[in-house]
Design a protein around this ligand. Structure first.
Ligand SMILES: [Zn+2]
Ligand SMILES: [Zn+2]
Length: 384
């Protein structure tokens, strides 16, 4: 959903444009199941806990319950952890990246029947509305993000032994037993977000592309840009092991502290790159993107920005005839293609999950991911 951010930003209330829950979603209480599962829950910023909570139950005929095989901690989960995004109810089960097997289903579910192993996008979608029919599943009128419950409304997340999935047939994608959980997790969010960044940027074969920020989304965008036929992919970051990783994926590494502008001018006959993928989420990165994009080029920003105003002026856009494209990736619309691409190229991302931890160790996982200790690039949570 969001790139791994570079700095800690200022706390900002989620605005109406970044609502996690569609306004058309009914609000309801969460009936409690008869048995108790383990889950990672939000208590307060900097205070997450693995606790016992009631099992989720099927609430609607189109719901299923998935027994989670593995979940992941996302860069955007850190926004909640740091208190940058606020409004989450205490007790919310966190996490929007998970994969597992359906264990119970409402009577209207046809495809995602019990026993089906599934990949899940980070948002729910109905599959029928205007947005869904056009592949803009992230803006479905019944969209909800897993792991966001606010004032009693919303959807609990997948960093748990069980998770309820509404609109299961439209949302979930059945997957083969041979697909490693790591690839299913990447397809559900960060890889689809990287692919979306490349596609909304309009990357064409022969293009020069720059990717700012080499967190998991940036790394996936490198892979997707190379697969799209980019002539050169400049991968820009200040962390050495991230630059090395991007180089292994086929990028030209550029240290942020070095003369980025001179390097890119040198490689593009002085023009700048055709497309910049800004996978940082901070205004400084938007400004750097503006400096290195060519006239008539595109800046593609797939991540959440929390600053109160747009970092560029209308004059800056005008002076370069720029296209700026932003927005949440419609991960469901990309899921099958992401899985196919990951099946071929996913081995290159081996090592992206630097830490495999148990659900009980999740609070420590958030801590080391946030502080980037132990060269942490992404945390996978296995169920005990
Ligand atoms: Zn995510
Ligand atoms: Zn829809």
């Amino acid at each position: 959903m969001a790139p791994d951010t570079q700095e800690i930003g200022q706390p900002v209330q989620p605005g109406p444009g970044r609502s996690k829950i569609s306004r058309e979603q009914p609000c309801h209480f969460f009936p409690q199941g008869p048995t108790i599962m383990r889950a990672v829950t939000f208590a307060a910023p900097w205070d997450l806990r693995t606790v016992s909570v009631p099992d989720p139950v099927v609430l609607a005929p189109t719901d299923v319950i998935v027994r989670v095989e593995a979940a992941a901690i996302c860069g955007s989960d850190l926004h909640v952890y740091r208190g940058v995004e606020r409004g989450l109810d205490a007790g919310t089960v966190l996490g929007h990246e998970f994969t597992g097997t359906v264990v119970s289903a409402g009577y209207a579910v046809v495809r995602a029947r019990p026993g089906t192993r599934v990949a899940a996008p980070f948002t729910v979608n109905c599959g029928r509305c205007w947005a869904c029919r056009r592949g803009l599943t992230a803006r479905c009128v019944e969209s909800q993000v897993f792991g966001w419950v606010q004032q009693g409304c919303g959807l609990h997340g997948g960093q748990a032994e069980l998770v309820r999935v509404p609109h299961a047939d439209a949302t979930l994608v059945p997957i083969d037993e041979s697909i490693p959980p790591e690839l299913a997790l990447l397809a559900g969010d960060v890889f689809s977000t990287g692919l979306h960044a490349v596609e909304q940027g309009g990357v064409q074969p022969g293009d020069a592309v720059a990717i700012l920020g080499l967190g998991p989304v940036g790394q996936c965008a490198v892979l997707a840009a190379v697969a799209a036929g980019a002539r050169v992919v400049y991968a820009i970051d200040r962390v050495a092991h991230r630059l090395e990783q991007a180089q292994r994926h086929g990028a030209t590494p550029v240290e942020l502290e070095a003369d980025v502008l001179a390097t890119i001018r040198h490689g593009t006959e002085g023009r700048g790159v055709d497309v910049v993928i800004e996978a940082v989420g901070y205004p400084d990165a938007t400004q750097l993107a503006w400096q290195i994009v060519r006239p008539g080029g595109t800046i593609s920003a797939p991540g959440v920005h929390n600053e109160p105003a747009f970092a560029l002026t209308p004059g800056q856009l005008y002076d370069k005839n720029l296209t700026y494209r932003a927005g949440r990736a419609p991960a469901r619309a990309y899921l099958e293609r992401s899985l196919a691409l990951l099946n071929r190229e996913g081995w290159r991302l081996e090592g992206l999950f630097s830490h495999h931890l148990s659900l009980a160790e999740a609070p420590r996982g958030y801590e080391i991911f946030n502080e980037r200790r132990e060269n942490c690039t992404k945390v996978l949570l296995r169920m005990e």
